[in-house]
Design a protein around this ligand. Structure first.
Ligand SMILES: [Fe+2]
Ligand SMILES: [Fe+2]
Length: 320
């Protein structure tokens, strides 16, 4: 694979180079030294501070020069939705957050080569890597939805599959502990719901295909929250009527954002649209609520009860 790295300092280039094996052909340049003109490679990796207006102007030329490159992976400095949105506006196909972990990078570059290289870089613990990869995928998805772009459904399903693998290997408790320690807010919630749904499915003994349908629906279920201001999502106090009404638009907003996206089935759309319907069928015909929506809704409520939110303390699993 031919990969070109563009960064605004040598340290970032060195960090990224360390993630590749000897079989890859990697070239690199500092942004200020990057020459113009069309380039040919399989992937471009950009690690540049997107808060700097000069960098953004220079990156527009870089993006044009790599117009035909299929993968443009931006490694951004902070988990800030606006910076991710800026990366997408500059042509990113994937957005990762620094420090970049090898599994996330390889998943973005080429999923099929991932498993070999994961074992070479196994110092973080499987659950922590799966959680980082899941959070990065959620961040990419939320950033895409917030600026009206299509989500990368394959990447999100892959990340959800890794969460399932981790829970099957290490158990649900280890997953809860890892996610609660390293992630917060909406991404923590989505990681917990996906993990809860996977653990629920494992306990039910679901077949592999059904399991994939369930954990994928869980991964996508709250993507409509990308349209809700963070000030409301993370508000420490009670929501007023207007704020509550806005929050309640997220299932429909998620449905609208995902419909027509390749890899998003009508079943996933249904789960996203209806995951806040009452399970007793009030306001909806109970017979029409699919099994996936039922399990997802229970997982969603369970995760909400055990996670730390600014306006309430977490409940323990044992107290539920
Ligand atoms: Fe929701
Ligand atoms: Fe939720």
């Amino acid at each position: 694979m031919l990969v070109h790295i563009v960064a605004d300092n040598q340290k970032k280039i060195s960090e990224l180079l360390a993630l590749f094996g000897s079989q890859d052909r990697i070239t690199s340049a500092l942004l200020k030294d990057e020459s113009s003109g069309p380039k040919e490679c399989n992937a471009l990796i950009v690690a540049v501070d997107l808060r700097n207006a000069d960098n953004i102007a220079a990156l527009k030329d870089v993006s044009a020069a790599f117009n035909d490159t299929p993968r443009k992976i931006f490694a951004i400095d902070q988990k800030v939705r606006l910076l991710a949105a800026q990366a997408y506006a500059l042509g990113a196909t994937h957005v990762l957050f620094r420090p970049v972990y090898q599994p996330s990078l390889l998943a973005a570059l080429n999923g099929s080569r991932k498993s070999n290289l994961v074992s070479e870089d196994d110092h973080q613990g499987g659950a922590r890597r799966a959680a980082s990869e899941g959070a990065a995928s959620l961040a990419s998805m939320f950033a895409a939805v917030s600026i009206g772009q299509q989500v990368d459904a394959a990447e999100a399903k892959h990340a959800a599959g890794r969460i399932y693998d981790m829970i099957a290997e290490d158990g649900f408790s280890h997953w809860l502990e890892t996610v609660r320690r390293h992630h917060e807010g909406t991404y923590q919630h989505c990681l917990l719901v996906t993990g809860t749904a996977a653990a629920f499915g494992l306990n039910l003994g679901l077949a592999k295909a059904d399991m994939e349908r369930l954990y994928s629906a869980a991964m996508f279920h709250d993507v409509g929250k990308a349209k809700i201001p963070l000030a409301i999502l993370d508000k420490p106090g009670r929501l007023d009527d207007r704020e509550r009404a806005l929050i309640e638009t997220h299932p429909a907003a998620g449905y609208d954002a995902l419909k027509g996206t390749r890899g998003i089935s009508s079943e996933i759309l249904d789960a996203v649209r209806h995951h806040h319907e009452y399970l007793d069928g009030s306001g909806f015909c109970a017979a029409d609520i699919s099994d996936i929506v039922r399990i997802l809704t229970i997982s969603d409520i369970f995760a909400a009860l055990i996670e730390d939110r600014r306006y309430k303390a977490a409940m323990s699993r044992a107290s539920l």
